[in-house]
Design a protein around this ligand. Sequence first.
Ligand SMILES: *Cc1c(COP(=O)(O)O)cnc(C)c1O
Length: 494
Amino acid sequence: MLYNSTRNTNVRINASAAIKQGLSEEGGLFLPESIPAVSLEQIEALSKLSYPERAKYVLGLYLTDFTQEELDDVVSVYNKERFETDSVAPVYKLNQRTFFLELWHGPTCAFKDMALQVLPRLLTKSAKKNDDGKEIVILTATSGDTGKAALEGFKDVEGTKIAVFYPVSGVSNIQKLQMVTQQGDNVGVCAVEGNFDDAQTGVKKIFTDAEYKKELSDKGYVFSSANSINWGRLAPQIVYYFSAYCDMLAGGEIQLGEKINVVVPTGNFGNILAAYYAKNMGVPIGKLICASNQNNVLTDFISTGEYNRNRGFFTTASPSMDILISSNLERLLFELSGKSAEVTGEWMKQLTEAGKYTVPDEIKIKLNDLFWGGYCSDLDTALTIDDTYKKYGYVIDPHTAVGKNVYDQYLTETDDATKTIIASTASPYKFSKFVNESIGISIADKDEFQILEDLCVASGIKIPKSLAGLKNAEIRFNSVASKEALKEYVDSIL
Ligand SMILES: *Cc1c(COP(=O)(O)O)cnc(C)c1O
């Protein structure tokens, strides 16, 4: 299996080269030349296997230059110690037709663990295969979830170092505690004066500083990022849609070949794109339902065919979806345009220059055939959390609630009786303040840990050990830097 770039189809490289490089030179994203097909018989066979075995099969179809032993090592991260459950990504049945795919049992309690636990192994193996031998230095700016998930993924991984920068004002207390108490000998965490954009700008400046890159290269280091556009992050996300279908099949919820719908709370379009790949590989998936918060650029795109980022930016209760440029959409556009690098590149150019582009009718028809889009306000997010709790005793986080709300809108409009999986992307504990307020538990005068305890009583779900343990964890990092001085911080950890 070889990989093209969305902006240059003459690029044809191995999976490991695509993963190591991350982004193609001309700015395009890597994607497989063809989508491997999986038969229903194979899906039935997978339904009898464990999560790591399913992962090995699906990843093996894409990462064809990895050996069986390498794949075994890669999927071995999907274990009970890291994911607190044997099934890794369990399916929770809410009612006869609604199911939640719980993707948050990993070490940082959000779905990014599903990919960021395996990415370090993919990356170090890819670097070795491409005969580089340099130590990989990961730099990441984070608005909360990604940074911690990357730290947990890369901690003590041989041949790597990682520095994470978070905005002083901009992450929740729990998120900050998660990062500043990070364990591991190869990690660094530094606060940046300013907001997320300042942190991001500071990191980008290092990435584009040719002189600094050369200096570090001479010392045996090479920069890389754990960004969600890396194919090494997308491929592991395809696995859990197979796994969910297999679990429903094994549990007698569906017949082999029966279609299911999938709802995904969406930001950068990575998670829902993985569902699109699963569908195209042969998982019987009907509609892909794209759920947004108040930053509803994708909802508008699906309904009008115009992608327009020239609009106000909202800080919402589902912060990991506060995004106006959904980077992974570029891969879908490439596929829908009949793999035209020229057309895709032109739209991306318009997006950079004018902040918008419009796809022609024939593409919009394809888009609407595959996707249904909707969005949800913070108020409705809170009401949905409350309603789901009152009706079913099941507590969901704000991102997942956006998915549930948009699914309810879809049902109102279509009355589609197809069984449906909603991707549950974070543990309610990760956003416990908003969740508790939504279900009517007072948070006044309570510290973070009391709020977790209260939610435990209400939900009956165990507090994840990684969050409970924060209470007594040692603070290891207290550096604060201006966005101009991030280089000095990187130097200090190398
Ligand atoms: C990152 C994230 C999302 C959005 O996923 P994309 O792949 O960027 O669309 C949704 N929910 C949570 C909790 C996240 O951390």
